[in-house]
Structure formats: structure tokens, C-alpha cells
Write a protein that binds this ligand. Structure first.
Ligand code: COA
Length: 395
């Protein structure tokens, strides 16, 4: 980690500076800094290419399924049939929550933010995993499998419990995407909705050193356990500049109401220097390849439900934002409207992102444990020095 040759765009403190504490200039937000070696995923922001372990995201979205993608992220290659069956069996056997965690979740306030509930529930799950403190690859893989199986259950439970409904047990034989929708609503979802959810899980599973994955690696780098690292990652994902943007995009669509109002709304928002949710990206300078698929799903779900308004607003805003700011939509731009058309509440969009991203987080944590060095950068000190201490009654 943090080998000098891999850090680009960051000026290093030389030995003298380090001794004197003189400042080294760092790029704001660590933009352009390469902070880890990883074989899990790569983003080519200029060409708009995303790969997981060498495989193009377009091939995975078209041909793969979430469980296979999980195996790929953890093991560096696609599984053989028996390996995929074995992973599916393990995930199925982990599809339960400890009674104590369920009891704890019953005590959560009904108006709690679902991302806060997810964070608290996942942290508590650590109490009941005997492997939690064992950071060997074998044990950590078992924990990663458990978390991947439990995330959709936790999110579905959050929704059921806050509505005063009993949780629905997962159904044997269903994949993660179908089971998630089943547990959420208590009925088997339409086949196409489940397929779209499965593809959405593939598309969100990893994205190199995004803020939440970096957070997970920093925590794992202290050799804290996987629950700690994942709990911190959930907190990072919840922010509106990261995973929280998908919910805010849908709120924006509801506020705009109709495609005819899009231009006026946008002009006003830009005049007020507002950030338009779902646009811009630290790495992509062209179209995010994931939005190619999510745009299709948003359109398809709108047409299937006879409500194309949201997609029309999205398309209008997309053209206007390109004209005004030369910005492209990111992964969060279209996903929310597709989920909304499935009847999923707005504040569950970011938890669904987490149901997918747990695959990437755990993959990165496994990679961090396998070749660990504490992640401990320096700060550029810009405060005063040699400030005299003044006793309290003389201040
Ligand atoms: N709406 C309006 N302007 C935007 C914008 C947006 N969504 N995203 C970037 N810009 C503008 C900034 O105002 C800035 O312009 P300036 O140089 O004239 O001040 C310029 O583009 C660079 O933006 P900046 O915020 O410095 O980029 P960043 O790399 O730090 O941030 C994001 C990247 C993703 C956080 C940022 O684009 C954003 O806030 N987007 C909206 C939230 C979102 O969709 N997040 C999900 C990310 S997957």
C-alpha cells in the first residue's frame, strides 16, 4: 500500500520536511492519487470503461448474474459450475439473521433512515459471527459470504418492520435479487423485474477506490475485523455525494414533475449554484458505462408500468446538463427511477446499492488483509505554530 511509485499527483514529504513538519501539497479530495494496488476492478475514466477482474462490465451485465460476479470479485476469475453451485449453497445456508439482531432491529425507530438502520444492524451482526476476529482468507471469505447473504435480508427487514409488518423468510431456490424483492414485498416478483434487479446488483458491485471502498480498506488496514470495515463503508456510502445521490435524483424528479418544467427548474438550480444529483464524477470524463444499462432499465420499467414521465424528465435534463455544463450522468442518475417503478420506497435505493456493493467491499477487504500495510497518510498542516498557552482567566 502507498508505495511511492504508485502515488501519482501527490507530492511527498521529503525527509527534511518530515522532520520539520513542513507542509506537502496534496490534491484536494486526493484527486488522481493512486492509493492501492488492486486486481479487483478498474475504471478508465477517459474511455468510459469499467472492468471487474479484467472482464468488461457490459459483458457481465449482459451475460452474468450477481452470484457469479461475487465469485469473480473474490476469486479473480469466473466460477466453474460446481464452484458457483457451492457458493449459492453457502449463501443459502447463511440466509438468516441471529434472533438477537432481529430483536434489536424491532427496537429501531420507524422513522430511522434505512442506511442508519443498516449500519447499526450490520455492526451488531459482528457479535454473532464466531469467525469475525479471524482474518485468515478462509475465515474472512466465510464472513464475506455471510454478509452478502444477510444484507438483502437486513434491508428487507428494515422495510417490513418500519411498516409494522413481520419479516418474510427468504425462499429456497431463489437468487439474491429475486429473494430480495420477494422478502421486501412478500410476493414473488415479476420475472423481468427480478432480472433487472439482478443486473443492477452486478452494475453496482464494485468501483475501484470509491469513497466507501477506500473507507473499508482504511479500517481493514488497521486489522480491524470485516464488520468494522463494512460498517464504516456503509456510513461513507450513505452521503449524498456518494450512494445517497440515487434517492436525491428521484426526489428531484418528483419536484420537477413534468419534462416541460425541466429547463426552468435546471436554470434556477444552476443559478443557485446547486449540485445536480446524478451528474458528474471524479473519474469519468465521459459516459459512465453503467448508466448505459440503467438508462435502458429506467425506460423499460417506465414503459412497462405506463409511466414514462420520469424517464422523459431524465432525458431532458441529461441533454440540458450536457449543453450547460458538459457533464454526463453517473451510476445514480437512472437507477432510482427503475426502482421507483418497481414500487420500492425512495430511501431504500441507497441500501440496495449496499446490497450490491458488499461484494466489492468484502473483495477489497480480503485483498487488504492478504497484503496489508497500515494506511496512514500525512495531513498538510495549515494552522498556526508556536502559539503561547494563555491561562483561562487571562483569555
Ligand atoms: N452539478 C452541477 N455542477 C457540477 C456537478 C453537478 N452534479 N458535478 C460537478 N459539477 C461542477 C462543479 O460545480 C465544479 O465546477 P467549477 O469548477 O466551476 O466549480 C466542477 O464541476 C467539478 O466538480 P467537483 O465537485 O469539484 O468534482 P468532484 O470530483 O469533487 O466531485 C462528485 C464529484 C460526483 C461528488 C460531483 O460531481 C457531485 O457532487 N455530483 C452530484 C452528486 C452525485 O451524483 N454523486 C454520485 C457520484 S457517483
Amino acid at each position: 500500500m502507498f508505495s511511492q511509485t504508485k502515488l501519482e499527483g501527490l507530492r511527498f514529504m521529503d525527509k527534511e520536511e518530515n522532520k520539520t513538519g513542513a507542509a506537502a501539497k496534496s490534491p484536494a479530495g486526493l484527486e488522481g492519487v493512486v492509493a492501492a494496488e488492486s486486481s479487483i476492478g478498474d475504471v478508465d475514466g477517459m474511455r468510459g470503461v469499467l472492468i471487474y477482474q479484467g472482464l468488461n462490465i457490459h459483458d457481465l451485465a449482459e451475460h452474468s448474474n450477481f452470484e457469479e460476479t461475487v465469485f469473480l470479485l473474490w476469486h479473480g476469475r469466473l466460477p466453474k459450475r460446481d464452484e458457483l453451485d457451492a457458493l449459492r449453497a453457502e449463501l443459502a445456508s447463511d440466509q438468516k439473521l441471529p434472533d438477537e439482531v432481529l430483536s434489536l432491529m424491532r427496537s429501531f425507530p420507524h422513522d430511522a433512515e434505512p442506511m442508519d438502520s443498516l449500519r447499526t444492524a450490520v455492526s451488531a451482526l459482528g457479535f454473532y459471527d464466531r469467525d469475525a476476529r479471524d482474518l485468515s482468507r478462509e475465515a474472512a471469505l466465510r464472513t464475506a459470504t455471510r454478509l452478502t447473504a444477510q444484507f438483502p435480508i437486513v434491508v428487507a427487514c428494515i422495510e417490513r418492520l418500519r411498516k409494522g409488518l413481520e419479516p418474510v423468510e427468504p425462499k429456497a431456490g431463489l437468487n439474491i435479487a429475486t429473494n430480495f424483492l420477494y422478502m421486501l414485498k412478500g410476493e414473488t416478483p415479476a420475472e423481468r423485474e427480478a432480472q433487472i434487479m439482478d443486473a443492477c446488483l452486478i452494475l453496482h458491485a464494485d468501483h475501484e477506490l470509491n469513497a466507501s471502498t477506500f473507507t473499508a480498506r482504511v479500517v481493514a488496514g488497521t486489522l480491524a475485523d470485516m464488520y468494522g470495515a463494512v460498517t464504516a463503508a456503509i456510513a461513507a456510502l450513505s452521503g449524498p455525494l456518494h450512494g445517497g445521490a440515487n434517492t436525491n435524483v428521484m426526489k428531484m424528479l418528483l419536484e420537477i414533475e413534468s419534462p416541460e418544467r425541466a429547463e426552468e427548474w435546471l436554470k434556477d438550480a444552476l443559478a443557485k449554484k446547486k449540485k445536480i444529483m446524478g451528474f458528474g464524477h471524479r473519474v469519468y470524463k465521459t459516459e459512465d458505462p453503467r448508466s448505459f444499462w440503467l438508462r435502458r432499465f429506467s425506460k423499460e420499467m417506465g414503459e412497462a408500468k405506463g409511466e414514462t414521465r420520469w424517464f422523459e424528465i431524465l432525458e431532458r435534463l441529461r441533454q440540458l446538463m450536457f449543453r450547460e455544463k458538459k457533464l454526463y450522468p453517473n451510476v445514480d442518475y437512472y437507477s432510482g427511477s427503475a426502482y421507483y417503478m418497481m414500487g420500492i420506497p425512495l430511501d431504500l435505493f441507497t441500501p440496495i446499492f449496499a446490497v450490491s456493493r458488499i461484494a466489492g467491499w468484502t473483495g477489497h477487504i480480503l485483498e487488504q488483509y492478504a497484503n496489508n500495510r497500515l494506511i496512514r497518510p500525512r495531513a498538510e498542516y495549515v494552522g498556526p505554530r508556536d502559539v503561547p498557552y494563555v491561562p483561562i482567566n487571562e483569555r
